[in-house]
Design a protein around this ligand. Sequence first.
Ligand code: EZ4
Ligand code: CO
Length: 410
Amino acid sequence: MSAIERAEVLVTSPGRNFVTLKVETSDGVTGLGDATLNGRELAVASYLSNHVVPLLIGRDPHKIEDTWQYLYRGAYWRRGPVTMAAIAAVDMALWDIKGKVAGLPVFQLLGGESRIGALAYGHASGADIPSLCNSIRRHLDEGYKAVRIQTGVPGLGQIYGVATEQAEGQRYDYEPAKRAALPLEEAWDTRRYLVHVPEVFAAVRDEFGPELPLLHDAHHRLTPNEAAILGRSLERFDLFWLEDCTVAENQDALRRVRSQTLTPLAIGEVFNSVFDFKTLISEQLIDYVRAAVTHAGGITAMKKLMDFAALYQIKSGFHGPTDISPVGQAAALHLDIAIHNFGIQEYMKHSAETLSVFHTSYTFRDGLLHPGTSPGLGVDYDERTGDKYPYTAAYLPVNRLQRDGTIHDW
Ligand code: EZ4
Ligand code: CO
């Protein structure tokens, strides 16, 4: 019987921080899993190296389900982003190993291809409407067939999701986690935002026509009532989705939004368990599941979550910003290709530095992503290069109300 012989946590920072679990079997097969939790990276690294790696040694690498349950139920302390990112990393690494042993890409083990590629959306943004339109044009030139659009709001400074540097030809990435000892602080005003966003959509529809799929992320900043107002005011622009329109820890609050607007809703990038989605899915309060394979327990858990969602005609829209490593992105792509209820996949290209550490085999062509046909997940990790980029503290920004400095959701 093959056994897990070694497991190691690799932390690197080629442009931004990533945590990767490398599992090696007695047969010399290596699997990789993504355990990156933006701004809290070392907590997962420690959870893995101190509390999970010792439990893996000697286990049968082929027992993916049993290992998942062993780590989830066995810990007694269930759920939470740190635990579930750690379990996700183990899960991905074991699927990677199983694929390599079988000589098959992971999507084949999940049922095979259901489509020729996964529709991707890119992140277009600009400080104002003209620069947003330039950014959309650049995305269309690169082949994107769907874009998320975010702009600055008049009267507010730098805000989340809007790239600061967008010179022609420059790589597009707003990299929200800034390298610094303390998080940046941004100012927010919901009234200004609610006035501005419909103007942005009107201008973009005017310029690009009615057919381009447009997405928008409200990043949890609205109350359920404000979310309903925004959803209604955007209905005439026919969004692909409105994302994280309100915080959803209280899932019941989505009933209010849902009953008041037909704008499609996507939620869940901060969720880590099927239980976070239970009401949202079973009452059909959302249209798209935003969870990341990296943060919600890996391929095993996400396959089950999506099968549950399929009963309610809810589709996938997996989280895929650059703080998901190329390993996590590849894991998402294998699921995207295999499941029937695929919706769309977020895709921000990683930097050249990041890709010098993570060698990927996924492709982006005519707006569609494909995980490639290499056995396993199809990502290699160059440790020699990775070791040249030590961890540096980096944090997501903090959001305060412009009026009086109260900490606000973001
Ligand atoms: O703020 O990935 O839809 N995408 C997003 C992201 C998240 C970051 C958090 O780590 O909202 O930009
Ligand atoms: Co988001």
